[in-house]
Design a binder for this molecule. Sequence first.
Ligand code: THU
Length: 131
Amino acid sequence: MTEQTVDWPALRAAALAATAHSYSPYSGLAVGSAALCDDGRVVIGCNVENASYGLGVCAETMMAGQLRLGGGGRFVAVSCRSGADVALTPCGRCRQVLHELGGPGCLVDTDQGVRSMAELLPLAFGPEDLP
Ligand code: THU
């Protein structure tokens, strides 16, 4: 899958739609994510916060669970949006999660254009680094 063959407008719309399910009373930032998978399906996630702040879960991490629950596979292309429909670049922890399930070639939409995970998480620690 190349940058050109991904339906980015549809992926962005799916991420925005996912923000409607966000539970974010503490930050006030509704986040939604959507990923095209290697079998063609689209999985989504939203952030779910907690009164114990550190227990909040990011949209991308939620989406990783949905990838597994929906049958597994790999992330090919990812969009993350705010409820105001602004592109959000995944946080550091989420980059590691996306790298695990999408690899260095996974594409991510940013406000500066599409980037690969290799660009967003250079010199990444990954499965191949384990004995
Ligand atoms: N958030 C995400 O869902 N994904 C990210 O990549 C960055 C941050 C959420 C976590 C928290 O609920 C809110 O955004 C504010 O940090």
